[in-house]
Design a protein around this ligand. Structure first.
Ligand code: ZN
Length: 307
Protein backbone atom coordinates (compact mmCIF):
# COMPACT_ATOMS: atom_id res chain seq x y z
CA UNK A 1 0.00 0.00 0.00
CA UNK A 2 1.01 3.59 -0.49
CA UNK A 3 2.79 5.00 2.57
CA UNK A 4 0.86 7.93 3.98
CA UNK A 5 0.81 10.23 6.97
CA UNK A 6 -2.71 10.40 8.27
CA UNK A 7 -4.20 12.65 10.88
CA UNK A 8 -6.43 10.17 12.75
CA UNK A 9 -9.47 11.53 14.59
CA UNK A 10 -11.46 9.02 16.63
CA UNK A 11 -14.69 10.53 17.96
CA UNK A 12 -16.26 8.31 20.61
CA UNK A 13 -19.37 8.68 22.73
CA UNK A 14 -17.49 10.10 25.72
CA UNK A 15 -13.99 10.81 24.45
CA UNK A 16 -12.02 12.00 21.49
CA UNK A 17 -8.59 10.76 20.41
CA UNK A 18 -6.30 12.27 17.81
CA UNK A 19 -2.87 11.15 16.61
CA UNK A 20 -0.65 11.29 13.60
CA UNK A 21 -0.45 7.85 11.98
CA UNK A 22 2.46 6.89 9.80
CA UNK A 23 1.39 3.99 7.56
CA UNK A 24 4.19 2.03 5.86
CA UNK A 25 4.06 0.19 2.55
CA UNK A 26 3.69 -3.05 4.54
CA UNK A 27 0.67 -1.72 6.43
CA UNK A 28 2.51 -1.13 9.69
CA UNK A 29 1.12 1.84 11.62
CA UNK A 30 3.02 4.00 14.08
CA UNK A 31 1.31 6.76 16.02
CA UNK A 32 2.77 9.98 17.35
CA UNK A 33 1.29 13.03 19.03
CA UNK A 34 -1.58 11.25 20.72
CA UNK A 35 -4.10 13.58 22.34
CA UNK A 36 -7.15 12.63 24.37
CA UNK A 37 -10.10 14.87 25.25
CA UNK A 38 -13.16 13.94 27.29
CA UNK A 39 -16.45 14.74 25.58
CA UNK A 40 -19.21 15.67 28.02
CA UNK A 41 -22.66 14.26 27.32
CA UNK A 42 -25.01 16.42 25.28
CA UNK A 43 -22.40 18.50 23.43
CA UNK A 44 -23.67 20.22 20.30
CA UNK A 45 -22.01 20.39 16.90
CA UNK A 46 -20.04 23.59 17.60
CA UNK A 47 -18.64 22.21 20.86
CA UNK A 48 -17.66 18.95 19.24
CA UNK A 49 -16.02 20.74 16.33
CA UNK A 50 -14.11 22.99 18.75
CA UNK A 51 -12.93 19.96 20.74
CA UNK A 52 -11.81 18.19 17.55
CA UNK A 53 -9.86 21.15 16.18
CA UNK A 54 -8.30 21.80 19.58
CA UNK A 55 -7.10 18.18 19.76
CA UNK A 56 -5.91 18.19 16.13
CA UNK A 57 -3.98 21.43 16.68
CA UNK A 58 -2.38 19.94 19.76
CA UNK A 59 -1.39 16.78 17.86
CA UNK A 60 0.12 18.95 15.12
CA UNK A 61 2.18 20.85 17.70
CA UNK A 62 3.74 17.70 19.17
CA UNK A 63 7.00 16.05 18.00
CA UNK A 64 6.51 13.90 14.91
CA UNK A 65 4.17 16.29 13.13
CA UNK A 66 6.86 18.50 11.58
CA UNK A 67 6.20 17.35 8.01
CA UNK A 68 2.42 17.62 8.18
CA UNK A 69 -0.02 15.03 6.86
CA UNK A 70 -1.52 13.77 3.59
CA UNK A 71 -5.09 13.16 4.64
CA UNK A 72 -7.40 13.07 7.61
CA UNK A 73 -9.51 10.07 8.73
CA UNK A 74 -12.47 10.62 11.05
CA UNK A 75 -14.54 7.95 12.81
CA UNK A 76 -18.11 9.02 13.47
CA UNK A 77 -20.18 7.55 16.34
CA UNK A 78 -23.42 7.22 14.41
CA UNK A 79 -24.79 7.11 10.92
CA UNK A 80 -22.28 8.64 8.49
CA UNK A 81 -22.07 9.39 4.79
CA UNK A 82 -18.70 8.00 3.70
CA UNK A 83 -18.70 10.06 0.47
CA UNK A 84 -18.70 13.42 2.25
CA UNK A 85 -17.65 12.46 5.80
CA UNK A 86 -20.94 13.95 6.94
CA UNK A 87 -22.26 12.93 10.36
CA UNK A 88 -25.90 12.18 9.50
CA UNK A 89 -27.37 11.09 12.79
CA UNK A 90 -26.44 9.76 16.23
CA UNK A 91 -29.39 8.25 18.09
CA UNK A 92 -28.03 8.86 21.60
CA UNK A 93 -26.37 12.29 21.33
CA UNK A 94 -29.02 13.64 18.97
CA UNK A 95 -26.41 15.10 16.57
CA UNK A 96 -27.94 15.47 13.12
CA UNK A 97 -26.68 16.53 9.71
CA UNK A 98 -23.24 17.72 10.79
CA UNK A 99 -20.84 18.35 7.84
CA UNK A 100 -17.78 17.67 9.96
CA UNK A 101 -15.74 16.39 7.00
CA UNK A 102 -16.37 19.50 4.95
CA UNK A 103 -15.55 21.79 7.89
CA UNK A 104 -12.30 19.97 8.66
CA UNK A 105 -11.28 19.90 4.98
CA UNK A 106 -11.77 23.66 4.77
CA UNK A 107 -9.93 24.39 8.01
CA UNK A 108 -6.91 22.15 7.35
CA UNK A 109 -6.92 22.27 3.55
CA UNK A 110 -6.62 18.49 3.33
CA UNK A 111 -8.73 15.59 2.07
CA UNK A 112 -10.96 14.21 4.83
CA UNK A 113 -12.37 10.67 4.92
CA UNK A 114 -15.11 9.74 7.38
CA UNK A 115 -17.08 6.64 8.24
CA UNK A 116 -19.19 5.15 10.98
CA UNK A 117 -16.84 4.04 13.76
CA UNK A 118 -17.64 0.33 13.73
CA UNK A 119 -17.52 0.05 9.93
CA UNK A 120 -14.17 1.83 10.11
CA UNK A 121 -12.90 -0.70 12.69
CA UNK A 122 -13.88 -3.54 10.37
CA UNK A 123 -11.98 -1.87 7.54
CA UNK A 124 -8.95 -1.30 9.78
CA UNK A 125 -8.94 -4.98 10.75
CA UNK A 126 -8.70 -5.86 7.06
CA UNK A 127 -5.84 -3.41 6.42
CA UNK A 128 -3.87 -3.67 9.64
CA UNK A 129 -5.24 -6.56 11.75
CA UNK A 130 -6.23 -10.22 11.67
CA UNK A 131 -8.35 -9.91 8.49
CA UNK A 132 -5.60 -9.04 6.01
CA UNK A 133 -6.52 -10.90 2.84
CA UNK A 134 -10.01 -11.76 4.14
CA UNK A 135 -12.78 -10.37 1.92
CA UNK A 136 -15.88 -11.51 3.82
CA UNK A 137 -16.18 -11.02 7.55
CA UNK A 138 -18.25 -9.58 10.35
CA UNK A 139 -16.54 -7.34 12.91
CA UNK A 140 -18.22 -7.15 16.30
CA UNK A 141 -17.48 -4.78 19.16
CA UNK A 142 -18.60 -5.71 22.66
CA UNK A 143 -18.22 -2.99 25.28
CA UNK A 144 -20.95 -0.90 26.94
CA UNK A 145 -22.96 -1.65 23.82
CA UNK A 146 -22.59 -4.07 20.94
CA UNK A 147 -22.00 -2.99 17.35
CA UNK A 148 -21.18 -4.68 14.09
CA UNK A 149 -19.45 -3.85 10.83
CA UNK A 150 -19.47 -5.91 7.67
CA UNK A 151 -16.88 -6.33 4.97
CA UNK A 152 -18.29 -8.28 2.03
CA UNK A 153 -16.54 -8.84 -1.27
CA UNK A 154 -13.61 -6.81 0.04
CA UNK A 155 -15.72 -3.69 0.66
CA UNK A 156 -17.57 -2.21 3.61
CA UNK A 157 -21.21 -3.23 3.27
CA UNK A 158 -23.26 -0.42 4.78
CA UNK A 159 -26.73 -1.58 3.77
CA UNK A 160 -29.31 0.23 1.66
CA UNK A 161 -30.11 2.71 4.45
CA UNK A 162 -26.59 2.77 5.89
CA UNK A 163 -27.51 0.69 8.91
CA UNK A 164 -26.33 -2.85 8.10
CA UNK A 165 -24.79 -5.21 10.66
CA UNK A 166 -26.70 -4.05 13.72
CA UNK A 167 -25.42 -7.19 15.41
CA UNK A 168 -26.26 -5.80 18.87
CA UNK A 169 -29.95 -5.82 18.06
CA UNK A 170 -30.30 -9.44 17.05
CA UNK A 171 -32.92 -10.83 19.43
CA UNK A 172 -31.34 -13.58 21.48
CA UNK A 173 -33.71 -13.84 24.49
CA UNK A 174 -37.45 -13.94 23.84
CA UNK A 175 -39.04 -11.21 25.99
CA UNK A 176 -35.65 -10.46 27.55
CA UNK A 177 -34.12 -7.29 28.96
CA UNK A 178 -35.18 -3.89 27.61
CA UNK A 179 -32.69 -2.48 25.11
CA UNK A 180 -31.79 1.14 24.37
CA UNK A 181 -33.43 0.66 20.95
CA UNK A 182 -36.79 -0.01 22.61
CA UNK A 183 -36.75 -3.73 21.80
CA UNK A 184 -36.40 -6.61 24.23
CA UNK A 185 -33.86 -9.40 24.46
CA UNK A 186 -31.38 -7.75 22.08
CA UNK A 187 -27.83 -9.02 22.24
CA UNK A 188 -26.77 -5.54 23.40
CA UNK A 189 -29.16 -5.72 26.35
CA UNK A 190 -28.16 -9.29 27.18
CA UNK A 191 -24.42 -9.56 26.55
CA UNK A 192 -22.73 -6.13 26.69
CA UNK A 193 -20.79 -4.93 29.76
CA UNK A 194 -23.83 -3.75 31.77
CA UNK A 195 -25.58 -7.09 31.17
CA UNK A 196 -22.54 -8.95 32.47
CA UNK A 197 -22.62 -6.84 35.65
CA UNK A 198 -26.37 -7.36 36.00
CA UNK A 199 -26.19 -11.13 35.48
CA UNK A 200 -23.47 -11.40 38.10
CA UNK A 201 -25.49 -9.32 40.58
CA UNK A 202 -28.57 -11.49 39.98
CA UNK A 203 -26.58 -14.68 40.40
CA UNK A 204 -24.62 -13.72 43.50
CA UNK A 205 -26.55 -10.86 45.12
CA UNK A 206 -23.31 -8.83 44.98
CA UNK A 207 -23.96 -5.34 43.63
CA UNK A 208 -21.53 -2.84 42.18
CA UNK A 209 -19.29 -5.19 40.21
CA UNK A 210 -18.43 -4.06 36.67
CA UNK A 211 -17.92 -6.46 33.78
CA UNK A 212 -14.19 -5.99 34.31
CA UNK A 213 -14.49 -6.86 38.03
CA UNK A 214 -16.42 -10.00 37.09
CA UNK A 215 -13.67 -10.92 34.61
CA UNK A 216 -11.04 -10.53 37.34
CA UNK A 217 -13.11 -12.76 39.65
CA UNK A 218 -13.44 -15.33 36.85
CA UNK A 219 -9.68 -15.31 36.37
CA UNK A 220 -9.26 -15.97 40.09
CA UNK A 221 -11.40 -19.07 39.48
CA UNK A 222 -14.69 -17.89 41.01
CA UNK A 223 -17.34 -20.29 39.66
CA UNK A 224 -20.22 -17.77 39.45
CA UNK A 225 -18.10 -15.26 37.57
CA UNK A 226 -16.92 -17.94 35.14
CA UNK A 227 -20.52 -19.01 34.61
CA UNK A 228 -21.58 -15.41 33.84
CA UNK A 229 -18.92 -15.19 31.11
CA UNK A 230 -19.80 -18.63 29.75
CA UNK A 231 -23.48 -17.63 29.52
CA UNK A 232 -22.56 -14.31 27.89
CA UNK A 233 -20.38 -16.19 25.43
CA UNK A 234 -23.30 -18.47 24.59
CA UNK A 235 -25.49 -15.48 23.74
CA UNK A 236 -22.76 -14.02 21.53
CA UNK A 237 -22.38 -17.45 19.93
CA UNK A 238 -26.10 -17.54 19.23
CA UNK A 239 -25.89 -14.18 17.47
CA UNK A 240 -22.69 -15.16 15.64
CA UNK A 241 -24.33 -18.35 14.37
CA UNK A 242 -27.34 -16.42 13.07
CA UNK A 243 -24.94 -14.07 11.27
CA UNK A 244 -22.94 -16.98 9.85
CA UNK A 245 -26.05 -18.78 8.62
CA UNK A 246 -27.09 -15.62 6.82
CA UNK A 247 -23.72 -14.50 5.43
CA UNK A 248 -21.41 -17.53 5.33
CA UNK A 249 -18.40 -15.32 6.15
CA UNK A 250 -14.78 -16.42 6.33
CA UNK A 251 -14.40 -14.96 9.82
CA UNK A 252 -16.18 -13.26 12.69
CA UNK A 253 -13.91 -10.95 14.68
CA UNK A 254 -14.55 -9.71 18.22
CA UNK A 255 -13.22 -6.41 19.58
CA UNK A 256 -14.19 -3.82 22.20
CA UNK A 257 -13.58 -3.65 25.96
CA UNK A 258 -15.46 -6.82 26.88
CA UNK A 259 -13.63 -8.72 24.15
CA UNK A 260 -10.47 -8.12 26.20
CA UNK A 261 -11.95 -11.06 28.13
CA UNK A 262 -12.35 -13.06 24.91
CA UNK A 263 -10.75 -16.15 26.47
CA UNK A 264 -13.47 -16.19 29.15
CA UNK A 265 -16.22 -15.89 26.53
CA UNK A 266 -14.83 -18.32 24.02
CA UNK A 267 -15.94 -21.66 25.46
CA UNK A 268 -19.63 -20.75 25.63
CA UNK A 269 -19.40 -18.85 22.37
CA UNK A 270 -17.93 -21.73 20.39
CA UNK A 271 -20.26 -24.28 21.94
CA UNK A 272 -23.41 -22.34 21.03
CA UNK A 273 -22.01 -21.27 17.66
CA UNK A 274 -21.26 -24.86 16.69
CA UNK A 275 -24.67 -26.07 17.83
CA UNK A 276 -26.57 -23.33 15.93
CA UNK A 277 -24.75 -23.12 12.59
CA UNK A 278 -25.71 -25.02 9.52
CA UNK A 279 -22.61 -27.13 9.93
CA UNK A 280 -21.50 -28.14 6.46
CA UNK A 281 -21.72 -24.54 5.26
CA UNK A 282 -20.05 -22.81 8.19
CA UNK A 283 -17.77 -25.30 9.95
CA UNK A 284 -14.65 -23.45 8.80
CA UNK A 285 -15.77 -19.97 9.86
CA UNK A 286 -12.98 -18.57 12.00
CA UNK A 287 -13.84 -16.91 15.32
CA UNK A 288 -11.08 -14.39 16.00
CA UNK A 289 -10.06 -11.74 18.48
CA UNK A 290 -9.18 -8.31 17.07
CA UNK A 291 -5.54 -7.42 16.68
CA UNK A 292 -6.26 -3.69 16.87
CA UNK A 293 -6.30 -3.61 20.67
CA UNK A 294 -7.37 -0.79 22.92
CA UNK A 295 -6.75 1.90 20.30
CA UNK A 296 -8.86 0.30 17.59
CA UNK A 297 -10.51 3.67 16.90
CA UNK A 298 -7.20 5.29 15.92
CA UNK A 299 -6.41 2.43 13.55
CA UNK A 300 -9.95 2.76 12.24
CA UNK A 301 -9.50 6.47 11.52
CA UNK A 302 -6.10 5.82 9.93
CA UNK A 303 -7.60 3.20 7.60
CA UNK A 304 -10.18 5.47 6.01
CA UNK A 305 -8.02 7.21 3.37
CA UNK A 306 -7.34 3.68 1.99
CA UNK A 307 -10.97 2.94 1.20
ZN1 ZN B 1 -31.83 -3.31 20.70
Amino acid sequence: MEPKRILAVDIGGSKLLTALAGVSAEGEVSFSGKVRRELAAGLGKEDIFAAVTDAVDRTLSLPGAESGFDAMGVTIPGLADPKTARWIYAPFSGIRDFPIGELLARKYNAPVFGENDVNACAWAERLFGVCRGIDDFLWVTVSNGIGGGLVLGGKIFAGHFGCAAEFGHLKVVEGGALCGCGGRGCLEAEAAGPAIARRYAQMTGKEGFSARDVALAARRGEADAREVYRKTGELLGKGAAAAANLLNPEAIVFGGGVAESFDLLLEGLREKFNSDIMTFANKNVRILKTKLGYEAGLFAAASLPYR
